[in-house]
Each structure stands twice: as C-alpha cells, then as structure tokens.
Ligand binder design. Sequence first.
Ligand code: CP3
Length: 334
Amino acid sequence: MSPIQKCIKEKNTTIKPIWLMRQAGRYLPEFREIRSKNPDFIKLCLNESLSSEITIQPIKRFNFDAAIIFSDILMLPYGLGQDVKFEKNFGPKLNPVKIEEMMKVTEKEFVDKLNPIYKLINITSKNNILHNKDLFGFVGAPWTILVYMINQISPKKDLKKDFYNDKSLIDNLMNLILKFLKIHIKNQIESGASIIQIFDSWAGLVEEKNLEYFIYKPTLELVNYVKSLNVPVVCFPREIRDYKKFVDVVKPDVVNIDYSVDPKSILKDIKIPIQGGLDPKVLLTQKENIKKKVEEYLNIFKDHPYIFNLGHGILPDTNPEIVNFLVKTVRNFK
Ligand code: CP3
C-alpha cells in the first residue's frame, strides 16, 4: 500500500507523506520551458503526452509521494461548452453561460471533449515512476465552479453585484455542475486516478445561511459518490469559517487545511486524517525559518495521520532548491 493510502486507510502516524498543491507549475524551469512553447493553456491541458510529462516533472525532481494530474478545475465549464481563456497576470476569463445550450450537452459529448485528460491519467498511472505512489485526480467543488461560471473571472474578494439575482439559473447550473462533476470523477477513476481531491477555493465567500445549499449538500453528495467508487477523497474547503462543522457534515476521508487554520486547535476538533497547512510564503524565506515552521506542523501532528502539504498552491517565485530542502526536512524528521 502507498504511504498516502496507509496514512488514510490504516491511520498510520509514523509515515508523513508529502506532495504539494500546484507542484506541477511555474516555479519549475522545465515547466516554463514547455509552457513558453504552448501559449494556449487549455490546449496544453488537452495534450496528453505533454500534460503527462508535466505531471511527472515534480516527481522526477523531488520524489514526492503523489503526483497530481496537470489539468484545471475550469476544464469542467470548458467541457460544457463555456469557453475559458487564461490571460497573463490576470487569471481565467470565461464567456457568458448559455444555459439552454448547456443543458443539451450529453455525457458522450462531454467525455469526448475531455478525453485527453482521461488518456493523460491512463498514461501517467502506468508510468513506473509512480510505483508505490498515488496519482491525484481532482475537480473543483460545485460552489467554486459555479463562482467561475457566473462571475466569469476570479472573484478575488467580491462576487459580481448581481451574482445571486437569477435563482433559476443558479438552480439549473448547480444541478448540471453536480451531474457532470460525477461524470468527470468517474472517468478519472476508471482511467487510473487512485485518489480524488475536491478544491473549494472560494468556500470562504459563502454566507452562513447559504452554506447548506452551496457547500454542505452538494459536496456531501460528491464525497459519497467518490466513496462509492472505492477511492479516498480529500476536501479542501479553503477559508471556510468552521472546518469542524464541514468535516462533521461532509465526512471526507481527509481534509486539507489552509494557512489561516491554527493547527493545534484543529487537532482537537478533527479526528480524520489532515493534509496541508503551511503558508506557501514560508518557502520564500530562509532555510532556518522554513525548518522551524515545517517542524511545527510535524510536531503538532506527530500522533495524527498527516499528509504534509501547503495551505494553498506553491508560489511561482519559489526556488526549486528550497523545495528539495523542504522534502529533506520532512523525510528526516523524527
Ligand atoms: O500541480 C497541480 O496542483 C496540478 C494542476 C492544477 C492547476 N490548477 C494547474 C494550473 C490544479 C490542481 C489547479 C486547480 C485550480 N485551478 C484551482 C483550485 C486550487 C486553487 O488554486 O485555488 C483553481 C481556483 C483554478 C483556476 C485557475 N487556473 C486560476 C485561478 C488560474 C490562474 C491563476 C494562476 O495561478 O495563474 C489557473 C491557471 C493554472 N492552473 C496554472 C496552472 C499551472 C497557471 C497557468 C500558467 O502557466 O499560466
């Protein structure tokens, strides 16, 4: 059994596996090299031989315990016919939703459009470099996907003023998103993903009174769906105010915490395996400080099943040499 599966299924506390969110990305020169020749990000995601190569780049360099497929949560709206573009230093831009057309998209059309992602998973999962390691498939949570589809750009702090105006659009979209997220998850697992992570990057934007509708209910449904396919599921409800309540209601196999969460108090509240937490900005500081901060997490979670990771994606300015240092620090900790 892989270190991550031991941690999750056997609640092993002696192994501290490590991987990093956004580990396949811009801080790596070998990624930037491929990226510079492939200006269209979506096309790059749909090029299974290049996206497979990018997926294993960080494994070659750092021998992490897991790879995460090089893809994007916005491939879902793309698969539903909503065009997505990525502008340099701006982030994603989506076309307006055409709900009538979208509701006519069939499962076959969607799967055909995203088929290179499933090929990428198939190729990568057979690569010997992943022996005894996991391959993460992933999706955006229904709420975060809804945010991008309606808001059309990253909300940063605020949603568009009229975001909640069209109730029937929201209802129709939530149902559609949930249906196709399940299809996307099923195809990832059938292609060889050994674990699924659900990214709810904008969970922190939901008001208390709306949590049931936008977060708990749909995420619980997805989590139960992944469990029914016999693969562990990690949830990352970034900046949600009450992680304990989230875990009690949604019951993922693992919860990823963000860097605003106090690790000591979460340890008291949460019984399931925990992943992540370290502020990615720590990796921009000196080695002594990095060691100190990393060991804080490892000490606090000494007797708890814990997968080392960050509290958000690794920053593009991170020095790969420092990532080597980070991995050594985690591996050498006793
Ligand atoms: O290594 C990995 O983690 C795997 C790949 C991965 C990407 N996106 C590749 C990517 C994963 C897991 C994601 C998830 C994702 N995408 C999320 C959830 C996690 C989070 O960051 O909150 C979100 C919200 C998105 C949407 C998205 N994609 C945004 C907002 C951006 C632009 C911001 C940015 O960092 O440039 C992207 C683009 C993107 N996705 C890049 C990568 C490597 C950068 C593309 C580039 O090279 O320009």
